[in-house]
Design a protein around this ligand. Structure first.
Ligand code: NCD
Length: 308
């Protein structure tokens, strides 16, 4: 049995297969509409979500399966003091696979140690968010036709943004990918990630100004400042408007630089940018359903029954 806790749990070849499967799903949705008949996906969300939970549910429904779950810690027995270990043992009796989001880093890993069904990390605190990353990879692949040889700018809250950490981990495995990390001093990537990038000899730089690097980028990954992870409200208020992408700033970008954002957006991308052909964040949302369909099939071992 396999779980997905970090994007690195899949080898490069496995990621490639999954993206190929997702692309086949895009082309031939009918071929997949009954593969999960009789299967159930549980969504265990201890933290708010719109896209991730609903896209998991849509993915399972598109495959012919059913879903069950809870969407906040308040509506689960966590409020009575039940541990993640006990909850997952219980859920294992009800469902074939589950997706878990939790405010504590490592909670899905704990769950996987007690689970008898595949556990998918749907976001654990400020740590990882592998299914968002697979969504991002599919989007970049669809837009650029490749995942290597490019300069990727990541902008905003690089300290607490789990989508940023997972995307860096996933993309550093492709040849000739350069990272430009754009954030205020207080929101730079965590030291462990910087140490990894240095020790593995990756090409990256950390800068404070988006304007200054805009023209170099092939992908600009914008993120919101993660209010819920701040200890101090004043600090959040001071930093929340650090970067706002508007058409004026975008005028310095390449014609084929695409803008991604995991969403939700607060104010870091001005709505005037939405109609620019380079704005790809709503396409990205659609891709989230396809990669989650592919992932569910792979973790349930059902991909082996199909040719793609
Ligand atoms: C992200 C998350 O939950 O980490 N949202 C998502 O899943 N698409 C990004 C965020 O909340 O800022």
């Amino acid at each position: 049995m396999r779980h997905l806790l970090s994007p690195l749990d899949f080898t490069l070849e496995e990621v490639e297969n999954m993206l190929r499967l997702a692309q086949d799903i895009i082309k031939k949705p009918d071929k997949y509409s009954h593969i999960c008949d009789g299967k159930k996906l549980a969504t265990l969300f201890y933290e708010p979500s719109t896209r991730t939970r609903l896209s998991f549910e849509a993915a399972m429904l598109n495959l012919g399966g059913k879903t069950l779950g809870f969407h906040s810690a308040d509506s689960s027995s966590a409020t009575k003091g039940e541990s993640v270990a006990d909850t997952i043992r219980v859920i294992s009796c009800y469902a074939d696979i589950c997706a878990m989001r939790h405010p504590k880093e490592g909670a899905p890993l704990v769950a996987s140690n007690y689970s008898s069904i595949p556990v998918i990390n749907a976001g654990d605190g400020g740590h990882n968010h592998p299914t968002q990353t697979f969504t991002d990879l599919l989007t970049i692949l669809e837009l650029k036709g490749r995942l290597d040889n490019m300069t990727v700018g990541l902008c905003g809250d690089l300290k607490f943004g789990r989508t940023v950490h997972s995307l860096i981990n996933a993309m550093k495995r492709y040849p000739n990918v350069k990272f430009v990390l754009i954030s205020p001093e207080e929101l730079k990537i965590p030291q462990y990630l910087r140490d990894e990038l240095i020790s593995e000899n990756h090409n990256f730089k950390e800068v404070y100004s988006l304007d200054e690097v805009m023209g170099e980028l092939d992908i600009l990954y914008m993120t919101r400042v993660q209010k819920e992870r701040f200890f101090n409200e004043e600090e959040y208020i001071r930093l929340k408007n650090s970067f706002i992408l508007d058409l004026k700033k975008l005028s310095k970008a390449k014609e084929d630089m695409y803008i991604l954002h995991p969403l939700p957006r607060v104010n870091e991308i001005s709505v005037e940018v939405d109609n620019d052909p380079r704005a790809a964040y709503f396409k990205q949302v659609q891709n989230g359903v396809y990669v989650r369909m592919a992932l569910i099939l792979i973790l349930l071992g059902l991909d082996k029954t199909i040719e793609y």
